[in-house]
Design a binder for this molecule. Structure first.
Ligand SMILES: [Zn+2]
Length: 392
């Protein structure tokens, strides 16, 4: 039997329905309002936190002591005897020649190309300087010797008290970081600068690896942005290994253009970082001097048309040398001089300030090869090492 719906029942149902609809609408609007408000607040808080981070970074850079005035009598070659690592002999467990930097300068001095009194000594990058790029958490992680041992690939370092690791390993690195940062200032003033060290291209802001504990290239570029009023930087990374550290740090930063020429068959196999390379040039194991130079010529020609930098950071690793156990390439010692000459000509002919870093190079002969290349640059008038002031 069907219920009898009276007129008053219909009116009651209709009113209830209206009430329910109105209530639902109010609830929905409230939720929508809260959702939109949340989104707005999140985006404004994230943009304000980005602004805060940038302001803190800028203030740190502006109050840093790493940029200081260099008398014109000095040559823009940066080095300190503190660069060299000596750690009770265990440094010899790594294929890296840990006194390479000092030997380069000795050769330059002995050959009468650069007297040591004209060399520029940098300051050590302080904690505040390193915080420009690195987090406090990352810097704190270096207070663990096992962690440093992993980064520099020398396992016995894990057993030493951290103060010794700081003094014998991390302090030399921090001096080299100071050198890389200062090099950009000198390059802007003089057209070129060579840091006889640095080039820790496997370290990014949040991770050290492959003998690289501090991201000196990233730091150098941030200093140049703020202190040198530079807004376009080209990294030419010709170390045999892929420069995954700076690639990650400048992943989506259009102010930095990366030309990386590396052997894809060796460390670090960083597929994520590869996506951020603007110009990839792969040089497979066994590549000879002629093949290498042909690829470099083509790469520089392309780079010339792709990007107009105000500063070039040249990571000039010598692990592309024939016989290097890690680089696996077959470039001759003369090939290193030719390579460096090509990069210096590329920048100098266009009046772009150039910073050169020595980066990797794992054979004892590397120091001699680098010194010869610097001598060649001087002879070709691509740099002036003040050799006329030195009795040859
Ligand atoms: Zn390398």
């Amino acid at each position: 039997m069907l219920p009898i719906i009276t007129e008053s029942t219909r009116i009651l149902c209709k009113s209830t329905l209206y009430l329910l609809l109105t209530f639902a609408t109010i609830k929905l609007s409230g939720s929508l309002y809260r959702y939109i408000r949340c989104l707005t607040m999140a985006s404004s808080s994230s943009s304000s936190s980005t602004t805060d981070t940038e302001t803190i970074r800028r203030n740190r850079i502006l109050s840093s002591n790493l940029y200081f005035d260099i008398p014109s009598s000095k040559v823009p070659v940066i080095y300190s005897s503190a660069y060299n690592i000596s750690f009770l002999g265990i440094e010899k467990l790594h294929p890296f020649d840990s006194s390479k930097w000092g030997r380069i300068c000795q050769f330059l001095n002995l050959d009468g190309v650069l007297d040591k009194k004209y060399i520029v000594e940098p300051l050590e990058a302080s904690k505040e300087d390193l915080l420009v790029v690195h987090s406090k958490t990352y810097l704190d992680s270096l207070k663990s010797s096992p962690n440093v041992a992993m980064i520099i690939e020398v396992p016995p370092v894990a057993l030493f008290p951290n103060f010794l690791v700081q003094k014998n390993v991390l302090y030399p690195f921090r001096k080299q970081v100071g050198g890389t940062i200062l090099a950009a200032k000198l390059a802007k003033e003089r057209g070129w600068a060579i840091n006889v060290g640095g080039g820790f291209h496997h370290c990014s802001a949040d991770k050290g690896a492959g003998f690289c504990a501090y991201a000196d290239i990233t730091l150098c570029i941030h200093y140049a942005f703020v202190r040198l009023n530079i807004s376009r930087v080209m990294i030419i990374d010709l170390d045999a290994h892929q420069g995954n550290g700076h690639e990650k740090d400048f992943a989506n930063d259009r102010r930095v253009y990366t030309l990386d020429m590396y052997n894809p068959g060796i460390y670090p196999f960083d597929y994520e970082a590869k996506r951020y390379i603007d110009q990839k040039v792969k040089v497979v194991s066994g590549t000879t001097t002629d093949e290498y130079m042909k690829k470099l010529d083509e790469a520089l020609e392309v780079a010339k048309h792709k990007f107009d930098p105000e500063l070039v950071i040249y990571n000039a690793g010598t692990d592309i040398l024939d016989g290097d156990p890690l680089g696996m390439l077959k470039v001759s010692p003369d090939g290193i001089a030719i390579r460096d000459e090509k990069v210096f000509s590329f920048a100098r002919s266009r009046n772009i300030p150039l910073v050169m870093l020595t980066s990797g190079g794992y054979m004892k002969s590397s120091a001699r090869v680098i010194a010869n290349s610097i001598i060649n640059l001087s002879r070709k008038s691509l740099i002036d090492t003040g050799s006329s002031r030195v009795k040859i």
